[in-house]
Design a protein around this ligand. Structure first.
Ligand code: PEP
Length: 255
């Protein structure tokens, strides 16, 4: 059985002080959340404060980005070892904002995922189609290509540690959510592709849905057989709202 994983992507929101305040309010709300993995991805400048606040809790720390190099002349960048030193357990790579705004390629994303692995950090690998690609019936081609290319550096023996986030670009920050059925269709295709890439380990890989997840839709999304969690932007910024998402209701016998 795959353990649900609910992750907050705060993007470029919250100063270190605001992030610390969130942690203080949030931890008591999820202290008895049960068998789920809960993850917070603050900005780089807040990682240290948040790491301190999370110590000894049931919530893990994630980075929103990483540079694949170990060190060197890369002004403004952060190396994977620096994130490991701060206690990051996860790292987001391939987010559509980085693909679109910073022109990140699948190869670059693959090298980031491999670099995180090398430092004991689980990559959360984001994939997803644009509205134009969906309307041209290219969703599965696009997502499949991103998936295979972005996971190219993942060692097969450790494939089960990867988290994939399916985030249709047209649903991110727009208030438009994929219906649970539509999301499930793509998740099932991703699952089958993961099986082709990694054999039985593909079945253990958790696939999150992302794109305007909120308290009103999380329960029905999480009831789908191949939706194992959520990557949440806007609705993760308020402690009560994200806590409700973490404490999703298990409908229809989903465990
Ligand atoms: C995201 O950026 O990963 C995301 C899913 O954002 P939102 O929840 O705001 O759509």
């Amino acid at each position: 059985m795959r353990r649900p994983i609910l992750a907050a992507n705060w993007k470029m929101h919250k100063t270190a002080a605001e992030a610390a305040e969130f942690v203080e309010e949030f931890l008591p709300l999820v202290a008895d959340a049960g068998s789920v993995d809960i993850v917070l991805a603050p900005t780089f400048t807040a990682l240290d404060r948040v790491a301190n606040g999370l110590r000894g809790s049931n919530v893990a720390l994630a980075a929103q980005n990483v540079n694949p190099e170990e060190q060197g002349a890369f002004t403004g960048e952060i190396a994977p070892g620096m994130l490991a030193e701060l206690g990051c357990r996860y790292g987001i790579v391939g987010h559509s904002e980085r693909r679109a705004i910073y022109s990140e390629s699948d190869d670059f994303i693959a090298s980031k995922a491999a670099a995180l692995f090398a430092h004991g950090i689980c990559p959360i690998v984001c994939v997803g189609e644009t509205l134009e690609e969906r309307e041209a019936n290219r969703t599965l081609d696009v997502v499949g290509r991103q998936l295979v290319a972005s996971l190219a550096g993942v060692p097969e023996a450790r494939a089960a540690e990867v988290v994939v986030a399916y985030e249709p670009v047209w649903a991110i920050g727009t208030g438009k959510t994929a219906t649970p059925e539509l999301a499930q269709e793509v998740h099932a295709a991703i699952r089958s592709q993961l099986g082709e890439c990694f054999g039985a380990a593909g079945d253990a890989i958790r696939i999150q849905y992302g794109g305007s997840v909120k308290p009103e839709n999380v329960d029905t999304l999480m009831a789908q057989p191949d939706i194992d969690g959520a990557l949440v932007g806007g609705a993760s910024l308020a402690p009560e709202t994200f806590a409700r998402i973490v404490r999703f209701e298990r409908l229809g016998g989903a465990s």
